[in-house]
Design a protein around this ligand. Structure first.
Ligand code: SF4
Ligand SMILES: [Zn+2]
Ligand SMILES: [Zn+2]
Length: 321
């Protein structure tokens, strides 16, 4: 098959659009969608200037998604004085997994003269995921602990680094899975929160005063194309899966979605188009004004609805074992 754009040999056929593309045009198409998403979501405010630049902190795990996101952002904004990019990696303390992916992060950022910060569960919380899995005081899946810790550290450090936005590498498949999971769980409040937390464009969401606003510039790009981009651009992405990966429900939804997409190309895109509209309606119905009454955690100062935040309660119960 030939590339629709230039006639060279195609390396990809996108069933949802009918396009056949060569390597160069796959890369161009991915970059175009990321830039369009950044524009449409209003990530770069009109008043950003060299004197008053935006700081964008990128959650960089070393996996293909965050590596591609970091690369495209650096290519696009690396020399733009209105934007300062900082990559932030979290070390969970998972033997034989995170060290290698951090090597990938360092190779990527060193080669690009990009500021890169690493924070670890061990230094910040006094726990390592390998030990958490062994102790498991709450009888929960590894990712349930890990997700709470990661969110907290990303938030804390994004704030400390002066972030205006926190950008993560979620792709189209991730977002369509989350949409379906929220539907299947019948959780409209969660859908409303999703809109304001990261889904809606910045002019349509109500931002919380307690958290750094998030965005997902890769969310229009299917997972397979992100992987192909990483390969074509020869990026140092780490592909091994975490040995504690345990999001069983998401795994089922992923399989389901891939099989429906196979039979009905374009399903992920149409799910997201409808979901975003629905999420905005849900947000209008359920959102508060973004200044909800949150307290400072008595232990760590993070925002929480109670006296002590969930992260601190989990750390405490791990330490008690
Ligand atoms: S797969 Fe789960 S345990 Fe492993 S790093 Fe991700 S969230 Fe943490
Ligand atoms: Zn081409
Ligand atoms: Zn706390």
């Amino acid at each position: 098959m030939e590339c629709d754009r230039c006639g060279r040999e195609a390396v990809m056929h996108a069933a949802y659009s009918g396009a056949h593309l060569c390597g160069d045009h796959v890369r161009a198409a991915v970059e175009k969608r990321v830039r369009r998403r950044i524009r449409e979501d209003g990530l770069l405010p009109a008043d950003a200037s060299p004197e008053s630049p935006q700081t964008w902190v990128i959650g960089l795990s070393g996996g293909k998604d965050s590596v591609v996101l970091t690369h495209v952002l650096e290519e696009t904004f690396g020399r733009d004085p209105r934007v300062e990019l900082v990559a932030l990696s979290i070390h969970e303390g998972i033997e034989g997994y995170r060290d290698e992916s951090l090597d990938a992060c360092r190779t990527l950022t060193d080669g690009r003269d990009l500021r890169h910060e690493v924070v670890s569960y061990a230094d910040e919380l006094g726990v390592r995921m390998d030990d958490v899995v062994e102790k498991d005081p709450e009888n929960m899946a590894a990712c349930a602990y890990c997700g709470v810790f990661r969110r907290d550290l990303l938030e804390t450090y994004a704030d400390e680094l002066g972030a205006d936005k926190l950008l993560t590498g979620h792709n189209l498949d991730d977002e369509a899975q989350t949409a379906l999971m929220n539907f299947f769980q019948g959780d409209l409040q969660q859908i409303a929160k999703h809109f304001d937390a990261s889904l809606g464009s910045f002019d349509r969401r109500t931002e919380s005063t307690h958290f750094v606003p998030r965005a997902k510039p890769l969310r229009d790009v299917p997972e397979k194309e992100v992987a192909l981009y990483a390969h074509l651009a020869d990026l140092p992405a780490h592909i091994t899966e975490c040995p504690h990966a345990s999001e069983a429900y998401r795994g089922e939804i992923r399989e389901l979605l891939l099989s429906v997409e196979e039979e009905h190309p374009g399903t992920r895109h149409s799910i997201m188009a409808g979901y975003e509209e629905l999420a905005e309606l849900a947000a209008r119905r359920y959102r508060d004004d973004g200044t909800e009454d949150l307290n400072e955690c008595e232990r760590c100062g993070s925002s929480t609805g109670g006296r002590i935040c969930r992260k601190c309660r989990l750390v405490e119960s791990i330490e008690a074992v």
